[in-house]
Design a protein around this ligand. Sequence first.
Ligand SMILES: [Zn+2]
Length: 269
Amino acid sequence: MSLSKKSKKFYIIFVILIIVVIVFIIFKNKKDDSYPMDAVASVVKTDTQKVEKVVENTTNTNPIEGYKVDKYYNVVPIDKDGNKKVVLLTIDDGPSNQSENLLVILAKHNVKAIFFINGMHDKDYKGVIKKEFDAGHAIGNHTWSHQNLNKIKENVALKEIESNTKLIADITGNKPKFFRSPFGISSEFSRAHLKKENMISMNWSGSTKDWEKSARDKKVFVNNVMKTLHDGEIILMHEHEWDTNSLDDLLTEIEKKGYTFLDPKNITK
Ligand SMILES: [Zn+2]
């Protein structure tokens, strides 16, 4: 009987102890929780606000972040939520007697383009490539003398690419980032070489078709681009007089459709 009383006492003390421990733990947890949880919440809130602010700033001041060339003929934002409604303007085969006129029209629309130049023309239009570069355009390598890379020997192709790279580097202070094959035709050798040189190669997915006689008409010229206009389109044009005559209209029409012209500076490998 006394043993049973003892064990009953022990049992009650044990239960009380358990209750005390539980209350202590609950109290402690509550105390621990209340401050840090608020702190965590406030940090989370602040971070969210910060992130929202950053996104907002990015949207307001510079909707164009990083882009890459996709499949050699389109530009796409690296961030899947980036602005896809962009186009890239590329102007081939200069410098020419039209380059400076083109610069005026591009400046009017605040459009930055890539001038894919052939070094052989530089001697006839000294200082023009520098003007293009100083106006914020990119100078791309279109080889020295516009030969079909698939029809010339490797050592000739190498010279065609590298002599043009050297000219551009001498004028701009940097090796060109962009390359376009003459006629859009590359070779196994040129592809391997450009990869080694870490250059970004591109062709096009939209064109003024300015080599066709019909495109000398302003409406046809503009419509050739508008019929295929799509997100990320890389547009090809040259430096003919009729390109100069139609460029203002072309840029206006593209802007009306809500597209932004991608600054080549935003394109990365
Ligand atoms: Zn060309």
